[in-house]
Unconditional design. Structure first.
Length: 278
């Protein structure tokens, strides 16, 4: 789903070939899968911050759209880290340090949950997972903010069957549109005195009918307009011809070299020196 929709701006990141930005996002995703410690992720965060600065991304808008993902990553990362308690889960950190218990949450032999505790290794692992999810969301927002959805569809269509790519990208594209429509319904209801934060749970659920049914109606109307638009353009008669070429210019080549070199150096330090292995 798109948390931050495309805005046309004349920046160096906006002008890059969509394939180059896809390579950048793929390299970031690859590095996210490697690291179990936060130290190398700080370097990656600096790189993503530079890309965001060059693309002039509205950080306040991004935070207002993706705050739930950041909070969810914080909760999920540190919750799962409670099970990082045994030396077998460590590769680089000495067990006597990594398995040192800061606070025991559940004792050994606890049914279903098992033994859980806050350890130094668990804190490192939880911080890394939180940072990885937050950075992945931010990188995805930068990709959709600097790349028109038509370019993403065209790029994905070169890899997947064009009908499948169209279905996937249509769902991704219209998430923020539907979100704005629902927010408009909520604002209109509140202007008429609607409030769901008062009363008993049953009354709260019933009050949601005011929001749910108009939202479903908006979703149906949006899908009907989309289907009419597709039919009027004879979609599915034959494979569409790509509008833009994927030929790289000088800026695309330089950015690709920088991204791949950056990824290669961090991968080398991970594989040879264990940087970020926990």
């Amino acid at each position: 789903m798109v948390l931050l929709e495309y805005e046309a701006k004349d920046t160096i990141i906006h002008r890059l070939n969509p394939a180059v930005k896809a390579i950048w996002f793929a390299c970031c995703t690859f590095l996210f899968t490697l690291y179990l410690e936060p130290q190398p992720l700080i370097i990656l965060a600096a790189q993503i911050a530079v890309v965001g600065y060059l693309s002039r991304v509205p950080w306040v808008k991004l935070l207002s759209r993706a705050w739930w993902a950041y909070i969810g990553s914080l909760f999920g990362g540190y919750t799962v880290s409670l099970w990082i308690t045994s030396p077998e889960q460590l590769w680089r950190i000495p067990p006597e340090y990594g398995c040192r218990v800061v606070l025991e949450v559940t004792p050994r032999g606890t049914p279903i949950i098992g033994y859980t505790a806050i350890t130094y290794a668990g804190l490192l692992w939880g911080t890394a997972v939180t940072m990885k999810i937050a950075l992945a969301v931010t990188a995805a927002c930068l990709l959709t903010y600097t790349t028109p959805i038509s370019d993403i569809v065209s790029l994905v269509g070169r890899i997947l069957p064009y009908k499948i790519s169209f279905i996937v990208m249509t769902g991704v594209r219209f998430y923020p549109v539907l979100l704005e429509r629902i927010q408009g319904i909520i604002d209109a209801a509140r202007s008429r005195g609607w409030e769901a934060s008062y009363g008993n749970p049953i009354r709260r659920v019933r009050s949601l009918y005011t929001i749910v049914f108009p939202s479903i109606r908006e979703a149906i109307l949006l899908s009907e307009r989309m289907s009419l638009s597709i039919e009027s353009r004879a979609f599915g008669v034959k494979k569409p011809t790509p509008i833009k070429s994927l030929a790289f210019n000088k800026s695309d080549i330089l950015f690709t070299i920088f991204v791949t070199s950056f990824t290669g150096v961090l991968t080398y330090t991970w594989s040879v020196y264990g940087f970020g292995m926990l």
